[in-house]
Design a protein around this ligand. Structure first.
Ligand code: UT7
Length: 331
């Protein structure tokens, strides 16, 4: 019998209805469908437009759908971890609000802020509580409502990001499937190149910070691009080495969806065929903590029990990493 591992037992994604097309963006900023598609691979992204709705409402749909799909009662959940940079409030955590909205009442929850690597970080944390037998069932959510922190007058960021995400259910297994290993890293020096300047304790919100448009995503794209390719490729290589694997052993690579050119560069540098790389950036853009569970959800039907999968991400912080797992079920 193998050691006890935490396996993904189900995944459910959710996207808001409104489709923001490249054509519509052409009316908002000086850009073109041609530029956006050729430089990023994005055709459209979803935006939560309903007044009074927030990240927790997206999370609600993900978790409610996940519970229904896996025949799980809210009372069975011991813990819910939510990866997000766009929580409903600076505090309390959005995990608690999602639990309240879904009716998960016998659990505790908290948020993890690791930007685009948030889902990877949250998955590892959730898995530890399963491996140690602390809880039988843990939910990990990766969700962002990026439209709430994007300046739709800034063409360098507004064409990239979208709203959405997904949730997974973790349970213990002893058949060798589940999360095997992860390499997670951070380098705070990267904060200069990708951040939201104000609204925290360094620059609290004021009339001046709002006037200066400091409550939006700031990104130095080229620097982030280079570091993203290096960070994800290196993390995948290390995880392969640590587990005595070669890329031929891997059935699927699941990269963070920030830019199709980043994804292709990572695959190229690893010499990994694009047919085995999950890609859905054309439909949703970059949903930050939401991209990895959205990929698993979109490709779920193609996954088979025993498939060897590597997830990798890079984001604000900088944060990055790679996680190796063996898929637990046939769809
Ligand atoms: O998920 C978190 C991590 N984030 C990422 O991984 C994102 C990493 N970075 C990127 O994906 C890319 O750097 C961007 C998509 C953000 C930008 O693409 P790029 O090929 O690196 O463009 P660039 O910043 O080098 O800009 C090239 C030109 C500039 O014009 P000039 O200075 O050469 O005249 C930009 O002003 O493209 C211009 N530009 C645009 N033109 C039309 C920038 N954004 C746009 C736009 N439409 N939307």
């Amino acid at each position: 019998m193998s050691r006890k591992l935490a396996a993904i037992k189900g995944v459910h994604g959710y996207l808001p209805e409104y489709v923001l097309s490249n054509k519509e963006l052409e009316q908002m900023v000086e850009t073109s469908d041609e530029w956006i598609q050729s430089r990023t691979g994005i055709k459209e992204r979803r935006i939560l437009k309903e007044p009074g709705k927030a990240t927790s409402d997206l999370g609600y749909h993900m978790v409610k759908g996940l519970l229904e799909k896996t025949n799980t009662s809210p009372d069975e959940i011991g813990m819910l971890v939510c990866a997000t940079v766009t929580g409903d409030y600076p505090f309390p955590d959005t995990a608690n609000i999602i639990c309240d909205k879904v009716g998960i009442n016998n659990a505790f929850g908290f948020d993890i802020n690791a930007a685009c690597s948030g889902f990877l970080f949250a998955l590892s944390v959730g898995a530890k509580f399963i491996e140690t037998d602390t809880y039988k069932k843990v939910i990990v959510v990766g969700v962002d409502m990026m439209s709430s922190i994007i300046n739709y007058e800034d063409r360098t960021t507004c064409v990239i990001f979208g709203d959405g995400g997904g949730a997974v259910l973790l349970e213990a297994t002893d058949d060798g499937t589940g999360l095997q290993d992860a390499l997670l890293r951070g380098n705070g020096d990267g904060r200069h190149y990708l951040h939201m300047k104000s609204g925290g304790s360094l620059h609290p919100s004021s009339v001046e910070t709002v006037t200066n448009k400091e409550h939006f995503v700031y990104q130095e794209g080229r620097t982030v691009f280079k570091n993203a390719v290096r960070g994800m490729s290196g993390a995948v290589e290390t995880v392969l080495e640590q587990n005595n694997l070669t890329l031929d052993d891997i059935d699927w690579l699941v990269p963070h969806q920030a830019n199709i050119r980043i994804i292709k560069s990572v695959a190229d540098s690893l010499k990994f065929p694009m047919e085995k790389v999950m890609v859905n950036i054309e439909k949703y853009g970059n949903t930050t903590a939401g991209t990895l569970p959205l990929c698993l959800w979109d490709y779920e039907k193609k996954l088979k029990k025993g498939d060897k999968i590597i997830l990798t991400a890079f984001g604000g912080g900088f944060t990055w990493g790679a996680t190796y797992l063996v898929w637990n079920y046939d769809s």
